[in-house]
Ligand binder design. Structure first.
Ligand SMILES: Cc1cc2nc3c(=O)[nH]c(=O)nc-3n(C[C@H](O)[C@H](O)[C@H](O)COP(=O)(O)OP(=O)(O)OC[C@H]3O[C@@H](n4cnc5c(N)ncnc54)[C@H](O)[C@@H]3O)c2cc1C
Ligand SMILES: NC(=O)c1ccc[n+]([C@@H]2O[C@H](COP(=O)([O-])OP(=O)(O)OC[C@H]3O[C@@H](n4cnc5c(N)ncnc54)[C@H](O)[C@@H]3O)[C@@H](O)[C@H]2O)c1
Length: 558
């Protein structure tokens, strides 16, 4: 077991909170890239109680077999006139984005919400997690003596007020939730409170009352909830999901983080340990660099080739136990004891109780099947007229801005303009320190596509070490990578690891969305000295063939 300096949270703002931490990480090398990571904190003795507040429990449970066929026959024919032009079920970021755009397009719009406005992103996702990460970032800086000294700075011990940090996240979520609610109210969107259930074509029941609303077009935007694999018992106190962790009511000495996707990585950052060997969906080269910068210097121990077959919460004075089995042989391998475990193993669509059976729609692992225009597909493979599904509930891309963009795309279609969102132009970012961002294909994906479609793939790279602004900040660790077609200058993918990578990616994502080629974008001018020159350098270093006249390929519908 190795140890390292890490951030921690103390109960009083005056207390210094630089402490030793231990991290154990183990990852699983299976075809599905299953991965477990453990990070430990050694803060001052703190005992906080996390309360269980799973969003799914706040919504009515699935009234599965209740008089479904009766409802279908009673409500099976479409209404002749409508209460609304557009009805959106679910007021998360996807629903909100769609609602605002619908009003702009002159549609009479209503949104149904069964819990609180803002959904996952605002209340249990992007917003509070980024508030915690902002604190984590500052704390890292203040604790990094070497970094501070090299800038000529002297700072005495840094400390945290745990409740203050938690309040920052809670208050930010509240503020953004109010902003979202007010923006819809101000524009005349009707916010209907209650659980929406589809009764038949263009017909939705609100809550358990007899209130039935009709709409010409309906968008399902019901989002997702944490996915907890079988064998793992969540008690909301010692075995938790991100819903609980975001409240920061509890900072355990030793926490196991199960899953190395976005949530695992970001919470590792908050809890001080970061990184994983396996980072699914990331370009392998960026993954390696992240490992070198985010994991190795932080002394994270890890085990590979294992799988957590059972996790039992702490009880009767006993710690959380994690039973590990060999990923291949399934033989018992080890049992770990920790103070808490954060389950970050993905998200499951929240589509229960929606009444999809009333319109003959069968979900796929809970996701609503849609085509590239977000039109819902029924059990016979036919499009359900006037019904769309956006965001986490369709599983195409579980990101807040993707949900919103899909909503806008649907509104474009229902108001007469055909529109297909190019998901390969949608950027993604992981808000670790430093950040990781990406758009388009990874190098292996691009090479596979090139082989199939018969085009050459080239790669260009630039380092943050050559960037004046990054060096002025003493943050030269970083890499930007461009994957492109040398025959026509098409940008296939861009991956960035480094300071403000999440902001830098947009030049590339906009270029992909607009079909801008490298030979054109490399002539664009960037202010000096800025981090954006990392991308300027990147595009300039690409070698596009002189006669690059082959058109860029059409986006593949996702
Ligand atoms: C910890 C965490 C951090 C994240 N960070 C980021 C990030 O930094 N960037 C990013 O892009 N994404 C992030 N995400 C993902 C992002 O939160 C989701 O992709 C996004 O919230 C999906 O939006 P949505 O509108 O599809 O669904 P949701 O935001 O889940 O909203 C769905 C809404 O529908 C309501 N609802 C459900 N069923 C019904 C019904 N039948 N009737 C009425 N209402 C209903 C729910 O109550 C909810 O309010 C994060 C997620 C988590 C968990
Ligand atoms: N910055 C962001 O944009 C951001 C931040 C947080 C979450 N999100 C979104 O929220 C969604 C959920 O995030 P997430 O990190 O939970 O999911 P994820 O899909 O990104 O990662 C889940 C991880 O858990 C692993 N896993 C799955 N089952 C497992 C098991 N039984 N045992 C061990 N490991 C297992 C997977 O291999 C993967 O590494 C993501 O789709 C992501 O898009 C985005």
């Amino acid at each position: 077991m190795q140890s390292t300096l890490s951030l921690s949270f103390s109960p009083s703002s005056s207390a210094a909170a630089v402490s030793r931490s231990h991290t154990t990480r183990f990852s699983l090398n299976t075809p599905t890239n299953l991965n477990l990571r453990f990070c430990g904190l050694r803060p001052q003795a703190l005992t906080f109680t996390a309360s269980s507040n799973r969003r799914s429990s706040q919504l009515p449970s699935r009234p599965r077999s209740q008089a479904v066929s009766a409802a279908l026959s009673a409500n099976g024919s479409p209404p002749k006139s409508f209460d609304y032009d557009l009805l959106i079920i679910g007021a998360g970021v996807g629903g909100h984005g769609a609602a605002l755009h619908a009003v702009e397009k002159g549609l009479k719009t209503a949104i149904v919400e069964g819990d609180v406005v803002g959904g996952t992103c605002v209340n249990r996702g992007c917003v509070p997690s980024k508030a915690l990460l902002a604190v984590a970032g500052r704390m890292r800086e203040l604790q990094n003596d070497h970094h501070l000294k090299s800038l000529g700075l002297q700072v005495s011990a840094a400390g945290y007020d745990r409740q203050g940090v938690a309040d920052h996240a809670i208050n930010l979520a509240l503020k953004i939730r109010n902003n979202l609610t007010n923006s819809m109210k101000a524009l005349g969107v009707d916010i209907l409170t209650g659980f929406g259930k589809i009764l038949g074509p263009q017909k939705v029941q609100i809550g358990s009352s007899d209130k039935i609303v009709t709409a010409k077009d309906i968008i399902i935007a019901t989002g997702s909830v944490p996915f907890v694999p079988k064998g793992i018992e969540v008690d909301g106190k010692t075995v938790i999901t991100s819903d609980h962790a975001l409240k920061l009511e509890f900072v355990p000495d030793w926490i196991a983080i199960v899953g190395s996707g976005y949530i695992g990585l970001e919470f590792s950052d908050v809890y001080t340990a970061l990184g994983s060997e396996l980072m699914p969906g990331f370009d392998p080269e960026i993954g390696k660099l992240a490992q070198r910068v985010l994991i190795n210097p932080r002394n994270i121990d890890y085990h590979t080739g294992v799988f957590a077959s059972k996790i039992t919460p702490a009880r009767d004075g006993k710690p959380v136990t994690i039973e590990l089995i060999d990923a291949k042989t399934k033989e018992p391998k080890d049992t770990l004891e920790v103070d808490a475990a954060l389950i970050a193993t993905g998200r499951a669509p929240f589509t229960q109780g929606l009444g999809l059976e009333n319109i003959d729609v069968v979900t796929q692992r809970g996701f609503v099947p849609v085509d590239e225009r977000m039109r819902v597909i029924d059990a016979n493979g036919k499009l359900v007229p006037h019904l769309y599904c956006i965001g986490d509930a369709n599983g195409k891309m579980m990101l807040a801005h993707a949900a919103s963009a899909q909503g806008i795309s649907v509104v474009e279609q229902v108001t007469g303009r055909d529109h297909v969102l190019n998901h390969l132009s949608v950027p993604a970012a992981c808000f670790t320190h430093p950040e990781i961002s990406m758009v388009g294909l990874t190098e292996p994906q691009a090479r596979e596509k090139g082989e199939k479609e018969g085009f050459e793939v080239s790669v260009a790279k630039t380092s943050f070490k050559a960037n004046t602004k990054a060096l002025a900040e003493n943050e030269g660790e970083g890499l930007a990578k461009l994957i492109y077609r040398p025959d026509n200058g098409e940008i296939l993918g861009v991956h960035i690891f480094g300071l403000h990578a999440a902001d830098l990616i947009h030049e590339a994502s906009n270029a992909i969305a607009l079909g801008t080629r490298i030979q054109d974008i490399k002539l664009a001018v960037h202010a000096h000295p800025t981090l954006s020159e990392v991308l300027d350098e990147l595009f300039k270093s690409a070698k596009v063939k002189a006669q690059a006249t082959i058109p860029v390929s059409e986006p593949v519908p996702v």
